[in-house]
Ligand binder design. Structure first.
Ligand SMILES: [Zn+2]
Length: 93
């Protein structure tokens, strides 16, 4: 006879702010009830602050190119990117 023992596995995961900041991207959406909304974010790659105006009349997978490093700064659901302006990141110093 095998004895089956149930072990509760509901341990709360310890929060690690260091790893969180590495995997989390700052994105702030303004005027989200308008056809054109403004997105403030940081580039995923170089952390350049970006202010982007996006047409959100339809939702499709869209990549915003970073004006600083040229890589994909952020991925959004929007029709098209109207403008991308580099700004000082609101989340840095
Ligand atoms: Zn960048």
């Amino acid at each position: 006879m095998m004895e089956v023992q149930e072990v509760p596995k509901k341990f709360p995961k310890p929060r690690k702010p260091e790893s969180e900041s590495q995997n989390f991207q700052h994105v702030k959406i303004l005027d989200c009830n308008q056809p054109v909304c403004r997105v403030i974010c940081e580039c995923w790659h170089c952390k350049q602050g970006i202010l982007s105006e996006v047409d959100v009349s339809t939702s499709q997978y869209l990549e915003v190119e970073c004006p600083s490093c040229g890589k994909t700064a952020v991925r959004l659901m929007a029709e098209k990117v109207i403008s991308t302006t580099p700004i000082p990141s609101p989340w840095q110093g």
